[in-house]
Write a protein that binds this ligand. Sequence first.
Ligand SMILES: CC(C)(COP(=O)(O)OP(=O)(O)OC[C@H]1O[C@@H](n2cnc3c(N)ncnc32)[C@H](O)[C@@H]1OP(=O)(O)O)[C@@H](O)C(=O)NCCC(=O)NCCS
Length: 179
Amino acid sequence: MNVGIREWKIEDKKDLSEILNNMNILNNLRDGLPYPYTEKDAEEFIKAILSSDKEKTFAFAITLDDKVIGSIGVFRQENIHYRTAEMGYYIGEKYWGNGYMTEAVRQVCDYVFEHTDIVRIFAEPFAYNTASCRVLEKAGFTCEGLLKRNAYKNGNFVDMKMYARISHRGIVNEQEDYG
Ligand SMILES: CC(C)(COP(=O)(O)OP(=O)(O)OC[C@H]1O[C@@H](n2cnc3c(N)ncnc32)[C@H](O)[C@@H]1OP(=O)(O)O)[C@@H](O)C(=O)NCCC(=O)NCCS
């Protein structure tokens, strides 16, 4: 499988706008993305990512044989949560069901745990988003709980699940580490 992750390029704006111009994707994400999602919107997103703080934002295009098929990002949290990060992702609808996102999630987690001091990556899919929950489980995440009525989306309260993958890298004595 030739799925990879790489830095965004401005030229990816066409592929990105085609992928995101789809309510079946937007309905599973947080609010705030415009619909229709134009090439200009995509260009603004890519520019923002390219100028973001490289210690806090780890965002990649997902590629299949170097064509962009999706997006994945890991975002460092603030304050006492600065050694944790939230992950978000989506893939173009025509590419669903081929194991591509599972592979991308694995690659991004490996990258972040290897190149940063982040020890916890979490994701909060809507509880009914079975495909996303399954991706996380296949990529080594554990479901830590159900967050009831945690979001209000499209006029409805929705439950979410908290999934996390922990890195034990550099921890010699876990008891000691927790202090
Ligand atoms: C969720 C999403 C990223 C999955 O990407 P993908 O490349 O299709 O995922 P994969 O092929 O790696 O794995 C999907 C798994 O979910 C399973 N699945 C898919 N739909 C399912 C359903 N309705 N019920 C049960 N399982 C389902 C697949 O069978 C597969 O599991 P398997 O390998 O054990 O058979 C993609 O559907 C997407 O982008 N959705 C819209 C945006 C989104 O939901 N983002 C995540 C927000 S938290």
